[in-house]
Design a protein around this ligand. Structure first.
Ligand SMILES: Cc1ncc(COP(=O)(O)O)c(C=O)c1O
Length: 384
């Protein structure tokens, strides 16, 4: 019997629902309604509001610094993970003959930003999975002296694989390249260590239990001290930019130099609230909980004979379990009839992703397994 780490009753709309869709959209804490109300109250306080909003930003930043074990000043908040990846693409000075290494089973935003470089003679090298697994050595085999960036997710949104970050990081650094780590499916569910990355991005609306409009952006200043911000605005600067000398300015020596305008304070109020809740649980407790539940789900899927994407070894997965199925919508809708929420479509191959997080318990897993038994009995051809 496994209890939820955060009771379902603390979330909006989870009564009677087995919510396994965090890999797409995490559920909302009821306490976010208080955070939202506080945001509204603070916003009405005129100029005083800005100081209060900054204090919330700094509190969320401190929470993230603890979460990824990085100096707080190396973290800022952009509007999305995709924005952070594009930022690196536009901040580096590229030369013809450089290359970027990505994986074929990546999230599009980890691949697409680099494609516009091809016309300038920069090669985009795509590492292919083997049986849905990306081998770190296959990635490193593509890295050479002209590799500028390796862009990869710590945990794949597609296959659920958790890569060996220290091994990859050591190889990338030895070659003198930068590691851009997308931790959207890792932060909030398994430990993330900024020390291995040069740039780290994460959406906050999934496993971190926040909402849209704010994303974590970390920059390793030991390796990227001089990185020029591609976008400037009133919030990027520490001095200047006024009517007396409108063309002069100084940039802060922190990651906030990449933040040209107000961040989404409303999302930061919620993120701060969510991370207080998550950090009180402890990262190892959360990781063990999600891996145990997702391991049970994986084992049940294997017994139905489906083609698994997610590796079995515990250290090679996190909260996501993915498998191949011909008709994703049919499966997803059949689960929804039992109030079981899973996430479906993505890419050319039909895959379903089932994500276990802090709100899930063994009753949820039982409900899912019963619904799946019924499904595969009725449609045996869907399992291979
Ligand atoms: C790995 C990964 N990165 C980023 C995102 C989306 O991030 P954003 O909307 O913040 O750009 C997703 C969404 O599914 C994702 O799976």
């Amino acid at each position: 019997m496994t209890d939820a780490l955060i009771p379902k009753s603390d979330f909006v709309g989870l009564e009677g629902v087995a919510h396994f869709a965090t890999g797409g959209e995490g559920p909302m804490l009821k306490s976010h309604l208080d955070a939202f109300e506080q945001f509204c109250l603070d916003k009405g306080r005129g100029e005083l509001a800005r100081g209060i909003q900054h204090a919330v930003l700094d509190a969320a930043r401190a929470q993230c610094a603890t979460l990824i074990q990085a100096p707080a000043e190396d973290i800022t908040f952009l509007s999305s993970a995709s924005e952070g990846i594009n930022l690196l693409r536009y901040a580096l000075d590229w030369r013809a003959g450089d290359n970027v290494v990505v994986a074929d089973v990546e999230f599009p935003s980890d691949v697409l930003p680099w494609t516009s470089l091809a016309k300038s003679g920069i090669e985009i090298r795509v590492v292919k999975h083997r049986n849905w697994v990306i081998d770190e050595q296959d990635v490193l085999a593509q890295v050479d002296a002209r590799t500028r960036v390796v862009a990869i997710s710590q945990v794949s949104m597609f296959t659920g694989q958790h890569i060996d970050v220290p091994t990859l990081s050591a190889g990338v650094r030895e070659a003198g390249a930068l590691l851009l780590l997308d931790v959207t499916h890792a932060a909030g569910v398994v430990p993330v260590r900024a020390q291995y990355a040069d740039v780290l991005v994460s959406s906050c609306y999934k496993w971190m239990l926040g909402t849209h409009g704010t994303a974590l952006f970390y920059l390793n200043r030991d390796r990227l001290a001089d990185l020029a911000p591609p976008f400037l605005g009133w919030a990027s600067i520490t001095s200047g930019g006024g009517w007396q000398s409108p063309l002069e300015y100084t940039l802060p020596d922190t990651a906030d130099r990449f933040l040209p305008a107000n961040p989404s304070y409303i999302s930061l109020y919620m993120l701060n609230n969510a991370l207080q809740r998550l950090s009180a649980l402890g990262e190892n407790t959360v990781a063990a909980h999600s891996r145990a539940l997702s391991g049970d789900i994986r084992a049940a899927l294997v017994s139905h004979g489906v083609e698994m994407m997610t590796p079995e070894a515990e250290q090679m997965r996190a909260g996501n379990v993915s498998f191949v199925i011909d008709n994703i919508k049919h499966f997803r809708d059949a689960m929804a009839e039992h109030n079981v929420l899973v996430w479906g479509a993505y890419g050319q191959v039909g895959r379903v992703r089932i994500s276990a997080h802090v709100h899930n318990n063994s009753d949820d897993v039982e409900r899912l397994l019963a619904a799946m038994r019924g499904y595969f009995e009725s449609y045996p051809a869907r399992a291979r």
